[in-house]
Structures are given as structure tokens and as C-alpha cells.
Ligand binder design. Structure first.
Ligand SMILES: Cc1cc2nc3c(=O)[nH]c(=O)nc-3n(C[C@H](O)[C@H](O)[C@H](O)COP(=O)(O)OP(=O)(O)OC[C@H]3O[C@@H](n4cnc5c(N)ncnc54)[C@H](O)[C@@H]3O)c2cc1C
Length: 494
């Protein structure tokens, strides 16, 4: 996939550059002839038969603006690195925003909030979203507010965001990535950087650079199931609470409106009171077994009468890593979504006047591709509560591999740590990997994948990227424990 970089800085007039790239047509060239904060003298790189203009020449290029990539970009920039963040959507937040995935789960680990995670929660509060319900430890955010907060934090830190821009390949110079090839709204460009951060969730940057990877469960070959999340508006939450918590006496959700949650999962050990109503739908022919199998909804703070629906769960025969199967899964999932919504409107008190108000702009992939890096986290690291001198954060969310394995929670106060070495590879010197695609087995990933943990990993990746550049140390040679403790977001207590 990768090509060798050749021939930079071929002289070209600005007029020709604009003609070549179509920047003027795309409205990117400003009055007075100044390009946006990009390379002043457009260099070019060779990509196959093409000569691509270099849009940015920067210290750190982060690809993927999800919870982990946004954290990496903000923290790299705050630590002095010139940083570009590439995102294929038009909002930062990844699954948390584009995927309608809500709320931030509780890590179950004591004192696990790294400074950046604590700051995001505080900023939610400053924007009028109280993230705590006073009962559970989960963080009830608000996707639109979160997207705004991320824009604000990037602007304050000086991160250049490239929206609606997709990484299509990488260019390599021996064992380093020299440039990312990206499809922008104006066509193909290259971004040159000293260090690259793969926050695509799908390890795409790493795979395109030749890093070894895994996908799915080694025992079955299946990825975790995809979900096509959506939001429903027009819900009478008080009526729903009355029915579920009081009439059905379901004690699953301990908090009260406006913080309220409904759930049922037929394939789990846990029995939920709402299972019966969904089973009746199967008996009457209104729902398929697959549609009835898993249903969950959370109120959204700041959006009265709206719930974020953690369903439908698309059957695993639709793969998260096969483009054709995945696309068929979208169509299949959308049908499931409408059937579930219609059924709830007809049969669940509180939903009488509800409607689908938003469908996710990104399918919910719990797990797709994962890199094999310098340290490979495994299930034993969870059960043994592993500690590492180069730990970047701690977590204790249970193993939640839908359809394959759900573990017991660790004992109260227990946790394991995530080592810096699971963010770097043997193959590529200037690469860091963050979020749900770090080096971990299928089963372990099912625990570390929750948003706050991905944010903490991204935070560390950003700090390490900037520190490595300022100290002339390549990402995969850097030792997290060599960074002074007051500059680290997390220090292991051993
Ligand atoms: C259905 C579902 C329910 C979940 N429920 C919860 C929950 O309740 N609470 C919780 O805390 N966690 C939950 N999770 C897990 C959590 O949301 C994810 O694991 C987490 O968002 C991963 O963060 P990330 O930054 O690694 O990746 P992502 O959130 O996947 O972000 C990746 C980003 O990279 C971008 N990108 C990808 N490829 C490219 C490319 N080639 N070029 C440019 N940009 C690219 C994407 O657009 C996206 O913005 C859930 C996940 C799913 C799927």
C-alpha cells in the first residue's frame, strides 16, 4: 500500500498551484491571496503516478477526531507541537458524537480521570450540562455540546482541524511515515509530519504503513457486532419512568429523570423487566428475534424528551471489517431501527408520541482492526490487574464482548493499567496509536474500549508525541517513564 516519498519542493507558481488543486473553487483561498495556515511554498510529493501538493508540513498529524484523536491533538498542541487533526466527518467526537454513543461509561477504576478527562467533564458543566446524576459514575454528556467543546479546545490549543478529510494512504521513508495522503473537499493532498498518530479506530493509518494487525475474535473470526445507534424525540420521560421503575419495578437504573435509562438484553445472564414486552413483539410477529434481542436507551441531558438508543445490534454475519458486508449491514440495521422504534411507539408507555429524531452518521463499530505493537494486552492483564512502569492510564470496565464473553467486574477498587508500549510498534518509528485500536487482544479490547479510557490514552499519545519531538526521540524509542512526572498525565504507582 505504501509508496516511497520522493522529490519535495518542486518550484511551482501560486497561480499554477491554485489551478492544480482547485483551492479557489473550493473557497479556500482568501481575499488578498493568502492560503489558509498551510505551507506557504507548496511542495509536492510523489504518490504513484501523481504529484501531490503538500497542504501542511507540521510536527504532529493526528488522523481521526474521535475521543482519543481529539485528546491526542489537543495535548500535542498544548505541549508545543504544531498539530493537524484530520477527520472525515464534520464534527469531532467520533462515536461519541457522530455515532450517537452516549454516555461516557464509568471506568470503575478509582481516580482514573486523567487531567484532560476531568477538564472535558468540567467544560460540560460550564456549558450547562451537569454530567453527574448523583447516583452512578457515568458521565451524561450531550453530543452537540461535546462537538462545540472540542472545537473550542482545539482552537484554544492551536490545533488545525481538517474536516471532511479522509486518510487514503501513507508515504514511507524506510521505517518512518513521511506523509499522509488525504482526500479533502478540494482533492488529494499530502500532509508531512514528524510524528503521526493513528486514531482512526480502525488502525487504518497503521495498516497502510505495513504495521501487523488483527481483527475479530481468534476463536470465531467474528468482530464484535455493529450497532446503528439513533435518537428518539417526543418521549414522555416521566411516564416512561413511572411505567418502568414504578409499575414494572425494574431496578436496573438507579437514577431518576432527567437521568434515566432503559435496557434489556436477552443473550445476557441478567434478566430485565422490559424483556417481556420485546418478547411479545416477537410472538406477535411485529419484531424479529434479532430486533428484540438487545434494546437500550438513555436520556440526553439538555435535550428534553430525547433518548439515545443503543440499538439495533446488527447480527455478526454483517462484518465490521468487510466493506460489502458492512454496507449491507447499514441497510439491514436501518430497517431494524425503524421496526424497533415503531414497536416502542405502539407498546411502551411514554413513547406514544415519539419519533426517530436522528440516526448516527457513523455506524457503531465496537471493534474492527487492532494493531500488534510492542506490548500486546491480553485478558490476563485484566484479571491479574497488571501494573506497568510505563502505564499511561488505568481502567476497570468489565470485559464486554457482545455475544462472546462478558466478565465479572473486578473487585471494588481493582484496576489494570495500559502501558505506553501498547501504543507504539516495532515497525514504524514515528507512529503512535490511540483509542480502540491499540495493541490488545479481542477480549481485552472489549474492556479498554470505553470513551474515558480512549480519551486518557489519546491524552498520553499527544503528550508523548510533543515530548518526543522536542527531545529528538522517536515515538517507538521513547520511554513514557522518562518524561518528568509533572509533565505526564498519569504516573503508575506500581
Ligand atoms: C454501539 C456502541 C456503544 C458503545 N457504548 C459506549 C458507552 O455507552 N460508553 C462508552 O464510554 N463507550 C461506549 N462505546 C465505546 C466507545 O464509543 C468507542 O470505543 C470509542 O469512541 C473509541 O474512540 P476512538 O477515538 O478510538 O475511535 P472512534 O470513536 O471510532 O473515532 C474514530 C474517528 O476517526 C475518524 N476516521 C476513521 N477513519 C478515518 C480516515 N481514514 N480518515 C479520517 N478520519 C477517519 C472517524 O470519523 C472518527 O471520528 C460504544 C461503542 C459502540 C460501537
Amino acid at each position: 500500500m505504501s509508496k516511497q516519498t520522493q522529490g519535495f519542493s518542486i518550484p511551482i507558481s501560486r497561480r499554477d498551484f491554485v489551478k492544480l488543486t482547485g483551492l479557489a473553487a473550493a473557497g479556500l483561498v482568501m481575499e488578498g491571496g493568502n492560503l489558509p495556515k498551510a505551507t506557504a511554498q507548496p511542495a509536492k510529493v510523489t504518490f504513484g503516478e501523481e504529484k501531490l501538493p503538500v497542504l501542511y508540513e507540521t510536527d504532529v498529524c493526528v488522523v481521526g477526531g474521535g475521543p482519543s484523536g481529539t485528546a491526542a491533538a489537543i495535548n500535542a498542541a498544548r505541549n508545543g507541537a504544531k498539530t493537524v487533526l484530520v477527520e472525515r466527518g464534520v464534527a469531532l467526537g467520533g462515536l461519541a458524537v457522530l455515532g450517537c454513543v452516549y454516555p461516557f461509561m464509568d471506568t470503575h477504576a478509582p481516580d482514573s480521570d486523567t487531567p484532560y478527562v476531568a477538564e472535558v467533564k468540567e467544560r460540560l458543566r460550564e456549558h450547562g450540562i451537569e454530567p453527574y446524576d448523583g447516583v452512578t459514575e457515568q458521565t451524561w454528556h450531550n453530543p452537540e455540546t461535546l462537538a462545540l467543546i472540542y472545537d473550542e479546545m482545539c482552537a484554544e490549543a492551536g490545533v488545525d482541524i481538517l474536516y471532511q478529510t479522509v486518510l487514503v494512504d501513507t508515504l514511507k521513508d524506510e521505517d518512518e511515515i513521511s506523509a499522509a495522503v488525504v482526500q479533502t473537499i478540494a482533492g488529494l493532498y499530502a500532509i508531512k509530519a514528524k510524528t503521526f498518530v493513528d486514531a482512526t479506530g480502525d488502525a487504518f493509518l497503521s495498516r497502510s504503513a505495513g504495521v501487523p494487525y488483527e481483527r475479530g475474535y481468534e476463536k470465531t473470526g467474528n468482530n464484535q457486532p455493529l450497532s446503528f445507534r439513533f435518537e428518539m424525540g417526543g418521549i414522555n420521560v416521566e411516564r416512561l419512568y413511572q411505567h418502568v421503575a414504578i409499575e414494572l419495578q425494574e431496578d436496573w437504573c438507579k437514577s431518576k429523570p432527567p437521568y434515566f435509562e432503559i435496557a434489556e438484553a436477552m443473550h445476557r445472564k441478567q434478566r430485565y423487566k422490559l424483556e417481556e414486552i420485546m418478547a411479545q413483539g416477537v410472538a406477535s410477529g411485529e419484531l424479529t428475534q434479532e430486533e428484540a434481542e438487545y434494546m437500550q436507551g438513555y436520556t440526553i441531558i439538555g435535550k428534553n424528551g430525547v433518548m439515545s438508543m443503543n440499538c439495533p445490534e446488527i447480527p455478526v454475519r454483517f462484518s465490521a471489517t468487510d466493506p460489502v458486508s458492512y454496507s449491507k449491514g447499514v441497510t439491514f440495521g436501518r430497517r431494524m431501527m425503524h421496526n424497533i422504534a415503531s414497536y416502542l411507539i405502539r407498546h411502551l408507555p411514554g413513547f406514544e408520541h415519539a419519533f426517530i429524531s436522528r440516526e448516527a452518521a457513523m455506524l457503531g463499530a465496537r471493534e474492527s482492526w487492532r494493531i500488534k505493537g510492542k506490548y500486546y494486552l491480553v485478558e490476563d492483564d485484566y484479571h491479574n490487574q497488571s501494573r506497568f512502569p510505563d502505564a499511561v492510564c488505568r481502567t476497570a470496565w468489565f470485559i464486554d464482548a457482545h455475544g462472546e464473553k462478558v466478565s465479572e467486574k473486578l473487585p471494588q477498587g481493582g484496576f489494570y493499567e495500559i502501558p505506553y508500549r501498547s501504543l507504539v510498534t516495532n515497525e514504524i518509528k514515528n507512529l503512535l496509536v490511540t483509542g480502540r485500536c491499540i495493541s490488545a487482544s479481542f477480549i481485552l479490547q472489549a474492556s479498554m474500549r470505553i470513551q474515558p479510557t480512549c480519551m486518557s490514552i489519546g491524552e498520553a499519545a499527544g503528550i508523548a508525541a510533543a515530548w518526543g519531538i522536542s527531545h529528538g526521540i522517536k515515538a517507538n524509542a521513547l520511554r513514557w517513564e522518562d518524561i518528568p512526572t509533572d509533565e505526564r498525565s498519569y504516573v503508575s504507582e506500581g
